[in-house]
Design a protein around this ligand. Structure first.
Ligand code: SF4
Ligand code: SF4
Length: 311
């Protein structure tokens, strides 16, 4: 048995009743922190590793109660606006700023949680999973909190809870390997097969991601489903899909789930004080997705579009 050591983790959301991220009905757990910064990310509140202020200036009445409440003096008023020095927030555990705000203009994105607290929440959800559901770890990048994730999965494993993870793969192999024996499914993202093109839109090359994918294909005993976000004009051309088919064939994997670009996360960028750079990219049209699907099928790879999956 795993000892009751209170390993802490950082989350930014828990969502129940998910039916698109693994078999059956599932509880989705979103972990903070990511090693990529994809410009289309729909969960930008997961990029930063620690809880951070989320500020909606349209609800602010500028009474500056948050400024007074913050002991670290991380907030300053500038020209009828608030500026946050988020470097000072990294080890904040009080979040007094958002507690002081009476208009909901200021909220805290993310929170710290112990393994025991999270296990209790997971067990509460168990009743609606049915025989095939379970938990899916998402983010952010779950494997950036390897000890927390390993302990959580180990405890789930001991309780016969089905486990899945969604990963970008851009982490040390050790972070992934330590959890493998406790995982049933892995959803593994590949954004672009060309290193320099990968770097332009995600802030990192793809060498580590492809290397880890090869290792997983060899060593992981569970189900490994690849995923590709479809960004028109970036990775949806025939030449790129051909490269991806060759890669998947070379590692003996035959499942890919296409995730068409959407703009549902746009508003969150404002709250975080970040710029949303993907406005000019349109979502892919059905014909284009069907063509990509056919190309994968021609290469003996089962391709699922969006939520139209067999799981
Ligand atoms: S999160 Fe903590 S440190 Fe940051 S502004 Fe709020 S109270 Fe201050
Ligand atoms: S406490 Fe809330 S309403 Fe007041 S200044 Fe801060 S963010 Fe604005």
């Amino acid at each position: 048995m795993v000892s009751a050591k209170l390993t802490d983790g950082y989350l930014f959301d828990i969502q129940g009743f998910s039916v698109h991220d693994g078999p059956g009905c599932r509880t989705l757990i979103f972990l903070k922190g990511c090693s990529l910064h994809c410009i289309w990310c729909s969960n930008p509140e997961g990029l930063h590793s620690f809880p951070e202020p989320l500020y909606n200036s349209s609800k602010c009445i500028f009474d500056h109660l948050c400024i007074t409440a913050c002991e670290k003096q991380a907030i300053t008023a500038v020209d009828h606006d608030l500026h946050f020095n988020k470097d000072l927030c990294f080890d904040c555990i009080t979040y007094e700023c958002s507690k002081a705000c009476c208009t909901s203009a200021l909220k805290t994105g993310g929170y710290r949680i112990t393994i025991n607290e999270l296990i209790k929440l997971i067990q509460r959800d168990r009743q609606y999973w049915g025989s095939t559901g379970g938990i899916t770890l998402s983010g952010g990048e779950p494997f950036l909190q390897p000890d927390f994730v390993k302990t959580l999965l180990q405890l789930c494993n001991q309780s016969y809870i089905h486990t899945a993870v969604e990963t970008c793969g851009n982490v040390s192999w050790n972070n992934i390997e330590s959890s493998l024996e406790y995982l049933d499914w892995i959803f593994y993202d590949i954004k672009h097969m060309i290193d320099s093109r990968h770097f332009v839109m995600t802030g990192a090359g793809n060498k580590l991601i492809l290397k880890n994918a090869r290792k997983l294909a060899l060593k992981f005993k569970g189900r490994l489903v690849f995923r590709m976000p479809v960004i028109p004009g970036y990775n949806d051309d025939k030449e790129h899909i051909h490269k991806l088919c060759v890669f998947l064939n070379s590692i003996g994997k035959d499942e890919i789930n296409l995730l068409p670009l959407h703009h549902l996360g746009r508003e969150k960028y404002n709250l975080l004080g970040k710029t949303y750079y993907t406005s000019d990219y349109t979502s892919p049209v059905k014909e284009s997705l069907n063509q990509i699907q056919s190309q994968f099928s021609d290469n003996k790879i089962n391709c699922y579009i969006g939520t139209d999956t067999p799981f």
